[in-house]
Write a protein that binds this ligand. Structure first.
Ligand code: SF4
Ligand code: SF4
Length: 412
């Protein structure tokens, strides 16, 4: 089997030094070379060189990878692990003789539901009705859905928190510029409140905010699942939707990484230029400076860095820079801040056991930090961390934008 040539060539950069092993969460839990970055690169290279007879034997090792890209940060040779993995996963999907039911359902949902905002909104509306009728409770009660997933599957918020933000919102005070806001697919439906806060924060800081109605999913979930063509389709759509925006901001690290890397996915100048215009909202605010002082927040706060912000987008200091400007905040050290929490898109639903062990390690580190509040700029990480902390820990989980809002701000 031949993968895209550049991904095979990229795998040759690995010199097998093993410096990435300690950074790898699956190697940390399983202790197996085949579940380490070095081992997986070796397997992917062997696959590209047609030295693997039984492709199905190596599939689980590649599927168990979180695509957290901590190995990229640790690697002194600059191996582009994420790129290699995603292209090889796409090859494996193509070569699959028969997809199992779970894989077919996943593909169907990603292609025909998640990538269409209108259908997704309708599905969440129906889901909300089902929850109100007690069907969610029943599904977990009778074992249709495993009970352990209850904490990981978010409750659907009321309609007011799920409405589309499409429109143009004028800056407050002296206008400093205009920015586009990417509001996501599931993000809009489950964390719409965070989108509203992000918009209000930008408006309060002097920016006109444009939210194009025609934007769609970033394609990250399709990429992780090996559906590169589907990801390309949504990427082209977003290029058009944000064609008039000089800056495109997002508040979800997983989406941000996918948006930033569309150049590599589509291979056009236009796509590379689009990727270069995309920024995480905290990164942007650190660059331009806060014009509106955040409301006081006198709490001990631990910052947990989403993998796709620190390892994929290489945004490390910006969130801390802006958080330090919150009056009264005490940022407490969190030594495992850049370790994966086990969320990784839908990984924690598909690989529950492994994700739970990784999530428990994260929760233990957060308890030890003495933090009262954990902030993380990725909705999946927020849900995973919440699910693994006990209510008795008394630790709140928030998005950084929530701590940056000024005391007095008008809802737009
Ligand atoms: S992406 Fe994460 S889980 Fe996968 S090999 Fe690299 S460090 Fe390990
Ligand atoms: S991926 Fe990088 S750090 Fe890991 S074994 Fe290869 S060269 Fe070494």
């Amino acid at each position: 089997m031949k993968s895209e040539v550049d991904s095979y060539t990229a795998s040759l950069d690995c010199v097998h030094c093993g410096l990435c092993l300690e950074a790898c969460p699956t190697y940390g839990v399983l202790g197996l070379e085949t579940d380490s970055p070095r081992g997986r690169i070796y397997l992917m290279r062997a696959l590209a060189e047609d030295r693997i007879d039984d492709v199905d034997a190596i599939r689980p090792h590649l599927e168990q990878c979180l695509d957290c890209r901590a190995c990229e940060t640790a690697c002194p040779s600059g191996v582009r692990y994420g790129h290699i993995l995603e292209t090889v996963r796409a090859d494996l999907e193509e070569a699959r003789p028969r997809r199992d039911l779970a894989s077919r359902v996943r593909r169907l949902l990603l292609r025909h539901l998640v990538a269409h905002q209108g259908r997704l909104r309708l599905a969440f509306r129906l889901g909300r009705v089902a929850e109100a009728l007690g069907l969610r409770w029943l599904a977990f009660r009778i074992g249709l859905l495993p009970r352990k997933m209850d904490a990981l599957v978010p409750r659907i918020p009321p309609a007011a928190e799920r409405r589309s933000l499409a429109g143009r919102y004028p800056a407050k005070g002296e206008k400093r510029g205009t920015v586009g806001l990417f509001t996501g697919c599931v993000m809009e439906q489950v964390f719409g409140r965070i989108n509203v806060v992000t918009r209000d924060l930008l408006v309060a800081n002097g920016f006109e905010v444009v939210v194009p109605a025609s934007q769609t999913c970033c394609g990250a979930l399709s990429l992780h699942d090996g559906q590169r063509e589907d990801a390309r389709r949504t990427a082209r759509h977003n290029l058009q939707a944000f064609a008039d925006c000089d800056v495109v901001l997002n508040n979800s690290a997983g989406c941000g990484a996918a948006l930033r890397e569309v150049g590599e996915l589509l291979g056009t100048d236009e796509a590379h230029a689009f990727g270069a215009r995309c920024r995480d909202v905290t990164e942007f605010l650190a660059e331009v400076g806060l014009a509106a002082e955040p409301a006081p927040f006198p709490h001990k706060v631990a910052y947990d860095a989403p993998c796709h912000l620190c390892h994929a987008q290489k945004v490390r200091t910006a969130p801390l820079e802006v958080l330090r400007q919150v009056p009264g905040i005490e940022l407490v050290p969190h030594p495992t801040s850049e370790d994966c929490c086990g969320s990784a898109g839908i990984y924690n639903l598909v690989h529950r056991q492994l994700a739970a062990e990784i999530g428990d390690r994260k929760a233990a580190a957060l308890r030890a930090s003495g933090a009262q509040v954990v902030v993380s700029g990725n909705p999946g990480c927020m849900m995973q961390i919440r699910a693994h902390l006990d209510p008795g820990d008394g630790i709140e989980v928030r998005h950084p934008v929530e701590l940056l809002l000024p005391s007095q701000h008008d809802r737009t």
